[in-house]
Design a protein around this ligand. Structure first.
Ligand SMILES: Nc1ncnc2c1ncn2[C@@H]1O[C@H](COP(=O)(O)OP(=O)(O)OP(=O)(O)O)[C@@H](O)[C@H]1O
Ligand SMILES: [Mg+2]
Length: 600
């Protein structure tokens, strides 16, 4: 886990490429230094050509060039400009190589982080994901990662290249005149003060900015999804007002960032100007005394001015880096968030089960101190049809959430074939269960892919049979593209009842040993519901089936009916037994079928 806490662990796989890029960057620095050095003999040569005589150690480089290249003094006039060009050319070539290799390296790192983020996200607990806001997640996978990309692909390159360049240039200025070099270096820490100050500011605001972007995204997606309600209640202007407030907040935070960005560079400019003015005063004095050649002074100044750009870039890069850090902190929160529900080390794979389901004294709460299930105990024999009935909010869906191990009980056990489900791998547990959720979810894909979701191998006959059982074959056949019809986001192009039938077909095709229907036919007319029930009877025969339904007509045939009230099982038995009891079930039934009152 520590491994993933640092951003740099994502660089490790690319270490070779990184070192290569570093090499290229070092070459850029060397050529920059070379340029600053070569300017000295160029200028001094001009002085000589003009009849003057440069002073001090200034002959050293001149002699060195003649020795190395094996040329005579006369040829220097021709060769020196060529060397100047070589300095530029070398810098250009290695700039390209280093930039390109660093950028692609950064992109690879960011791609891996994004993959990792998605993987962590999809394996998060149901609890975590149901609490997360979509806009916030979108902001993390897009915005935050972009900031990280900036930091790793660009900023890191800037840091390394510019630091190396600075080092080379420092060597040049100290070589040319260590006295003036020391003087100018005293002023560099002064330049670092605004750098640090603004960097800290930008980091703080950067995090806030990402949050507000997330808020805006949430708000936008909520408005899009809830647009019918917004329109029907004439709330457009109200929503606009709320959006404007959020947007204004985002603006204010970013205005602060803009201020820090805009101030940092000009402040550095002023400091740079001061340094230049001071140095010219000293330099001209030294030249007039003959202790410094014009070439040396020019080389010194060139190197110093060339140092200015790297320092400036480092300042700005520092801000980007801070933003990248803020982005990484937010991405890290998800990557490192451990799902409390995971396989135990000794968890077993189950290949096939009989389908016995048992709850033993299960207690559960979504939030501390708000118990939702209290002492739930029941046993469903293999191939039984068990119905859960009870008022809305009584805990029916929650019981099924525990069976799928979306959540874990606070105490008590959920057993399948007598084994605690926590001792089974989640993958093999869920492989045995078919689920039709209360709020149907379809992917923005074709009907075929929605029905065959999760099936690696299937043939069209099976899909059609499943669709027929779910009574979905009829309307699918009427669609111009049939099974290839794309259903839209969350299945928006289909009616509620059609969506439900697709999701039933999906569960039937899976052929699991345990089937869960949570209000699976609530959007259907009684006629279609009855047809589905008849077709399902065959499918249910050899499976343990849980049916949650508000309409009691659906569950009269159930082997066992559990009546849930306030998270407790109040009654259990088949339809006849429960009616005889004249308790909760009896009154529920009479509410729905008042005309039966007389008979019972
Ligand atoms: N994710 C959650 N976080 C917190 N509380 C929840 C969550 N899901 C459900 N609850 C609460 O748990 C209780 C039981 O909810 P559950 O969904 O199991 O009811 P239900 O019997 O399926 O109702 P319905 O018939 O309306 O579907 C409710 O009081 C609900 O407010
Ligand atoms: Mg429910």
């Amino acid at each position: 886990m520590n491994e993933e806490q640092s951003l740099y662990s994502y660089f490790r796989p690319f270490l070779k490429r990184f070192l290569l890029a570093m090499g290229f960057m070092a070459m850029v620095a060397v050529f920059t230094g070379f340029f600053a050095v070569i300017i000295q003999p160029v200028i001094d040569e001009m002085v000589i050509q003009g009849g003057g005589q440069p002073a001090g150690r200034s002959q050293l480089i001149r002699n060195l060039i003649m020795r190395v290249l094996g040329i005579r003094e006369k040829q220097l006039v021709l060769v020196l400009p060529q060397l100047l060009f070589v300095a530029f050319l070398g810098q250009a070539i290695f700039s390209f190589l280093s930039l390109y290799s660093m950028k692609t390296l950064g992109l690879k790192v960011v791609r891996n982080i994004r993959d990792k983020l998605y993987r962590s996200l999809i394996y998060q607990s149901v609890d975590f994901l149901s609490k997360a806001r979509t806009g916030d997640l979108v902001s993390r996978i897009s915005n935050d990662i972009e900031k990280i990309k900036m930091a790793v692909a660009e900023t890191l390159a800037v840091y390394i290249r510019e630091t190396l360049t600075l080092a080379c240039l420092l060597a040049v200025i100290f070589y040319q005149d260590w006295g003036m070099a020391t003087l100018s270096l005293v002023l560099i820490p002064v330049a670092a003060v605004p750098l640090l100050y603004f960097g800290r500011k930008v980091k703080k605001r950067g995090a806030q900015s990402q949050e507000t972007i997330g808020d805006l995204g949430n708000f936008m997606s909520e408005s899009a999804m809830g647009n019918k309600i917004v329109k029907a209640y004439n709330m457009e202007e109200f929503e606009i007002q709320k959006f404007r407030q959020l947007n204004q907040k985002h603006f204010r935070i970013n205005a602060h960032i803009a201020l820090a960005y805009s101030l940092a560079a000009p402040i550095m400019d002023v400091i740079g100007g001061l340094v230049a003015a001071g140095l010219f005063t000293v330099g001209m004095h030294r030249i007039s005394q003959g202790t410094l050649s014009p070439g040396q002074f020019t080389s010194f100044l060139t190197a110093l001015f060339l140092m200015y750009a790297p320092i400036k870039r480092l300042t700005l890069a520092h801000n980007d880096y801070q933003q990248g850090r803020a982005g990484w902190e937010r991405v890290k929160q998800i990557i490192l968030a451990a799902n409390p529900i995971r396989d135990r080390a000794a968890a077993a794979e189950i290949k096939s089960i009989r389908g016995e389901v048992e709850f033993q004294n299960v207690h559960f709460a979504y939030q501390p101190r708000v118990p939702v299930l209290k002492s739930i105990s029941f046993r469903a024999q293999p191939n039984e049809m068990v119905a859960l009935v009870g008022a809305s909010g009584s805990g029916k869906t929650t019981i099924m959430n525990l069976l799928l191990r979306f959540y874990e009980p606070e105490s008590g056990e959920v057993l399948i074939d007598g084994r605690d489900i926590r001792s089974i791998t989640m993958k093999s547990l869920r492989e045995q269960i078919g689920l039709v959720t209360q709020d149907v979810f379809l992917f923005n894909d074709t009907i075929l892919n929605n029905i065959a979701y999760g099936r690696k191998r299937y043939n069209m006959d099976d899909v059609q049979r499943a669709a027929a059982v779910a009574r979905a074959d009829g309307f699918i056949a009427e669609l111009p593209l049939g099974y290839d019809t794309v259903v839209g986001e969350r299945g928006i192009f289909l009616s509620n009842g059609q969506r439900q039938r697709i999701s039933i077909a999906r569960a039937v095709l899976k052929q699991p040993q345990i089937l869960i229907f949570d209000e699976a036919t609530s959007s259907l007319d009684s006629e279609s519901e009855k047809l589905i029930q008849e077709a399902m009877a065959e499918v249910m025969k050899c499976r343990t089936t849980f049916v949650i339904a508000h309409r009691l007509s659906t569950i009269i045939e159930a082997d066992r009916i559990l009546v849930i009230e306030n998270g407790e099982i109040k009654e259990s038995g088949d339809h006849r037994e429960l009616l005889k009891k004249r308790g909760l079930y009896y009154s529920l039934y009479n509410l729905q079928f008042p005309e039966m009152n007389i008979i019972m």
